[in-house]
Design a protein around this ligand. Structure first.
Ligand SMILES: Nc1nc2c(ncn2[C@@H]2O[C@H](COP(=O)(O)OP(=O)(O)OP(=O)(O)O)[C@@H](O)[C@H]2O)c(=O)[nH]1
Ligand SMILES: [Mg+2]
Length: 193
């Protein structure tokens, strides 16, 4: 089946990106933590308006900044999921920095910010009013848990629907290859930084 789009997951290390992908694929998080090396790509079937659509999920290695190689991988991104770990406040700052940096390069793509590990309430560090503050800044933030599944299906389904609303899949339009790419100026800025 033809891929309907590419969804990228980005954030600091150990925030739960790979666990969220596993949950999207119908599996629970693994018992032990294994960091992603570089990039892991999976294919997921996500229903949009009652019809299964295949998306590729690009799960990047966690980091505090987005390097040049990863920036090049974002050329064909259709939607972005920025992930923070609600039990580590600094990971929210990292996710917001990455969001600014990446959206500055890709332009306005469908995106969401996940405050993950919502099941770990006792360890939660992000203030309760943060969701409202972020909403006030036009940032769609959602609490999620790869452990319980909270918010996960909805976020992937919403982004898949937004992606298809922007770019219908090939079988429902006359086929034209994607032409969007990072601007030369954006790449040069990235090289110089
Ligand atoms: N309790 C709880 N644990 C989680 C959740 N999501 C992930 N974890 C755990 O957190 C650890 C890190 O999860 P990963 O999914 O590997 O994190 P990652 O962001 O992919 O990490 P990198 O690949 O290093 O960037 C693992 O031990 C997971 O089982 C969650 O929602 N709740
Ligand atoms: Mg990972």
């Amino acid at each position: 089946m033809e891929e309907a789009g590419k969804i990228c997951l980005i954030g600091a290390y150990a925030v739960g990106k790979s666990a969220l992908v596993r949950r999207c694929l119908g599996a629970s998080p693994p018992a032990s933590y294994r960091c992603t090396l570089g990039l892991s790509i999976s294919r997921a079937s996500i229903p949009v308006q009652g019809r299964a659509q295949v998306f590729s999920l690009w799960d990047f290695q966690g980091s505090g900044s987005f390097g040049r190689v990863n920036v090049l991988c974002l050329r064909e991104a259709d939607a972005l999921i920025f992930v923070a770990d609600g039990t580590r406040m600094e990971t929210l700052r990292i996710a917001l920095d990455m969001r600014d940096q990446v959206l500055g390069l890709t332009g306005d793509l469908p995106n969401a910010l996940l405050l993950n590990k919502a099941d770990l309430k006792k360890l939660w560090e992000i203030p309760e009013n943060s969701l409202d503050e972020l909403a006030g800044q036009g940032i769609k933030a959602v609490k999620s848990s790869a452990a319980t599944g909270l918010g996960v299906t909805e976020v992937f389904a919403n982004l898949a629907a937004e992606t298809l609303a922007k770019t219908p899949p090939p079988h429902s339009r006359s086929y034209a290859p994607k032409t969007r790419s990072l601007s030369r100026a954006a790449l040069q800025r990235e090289e110089q930084s």
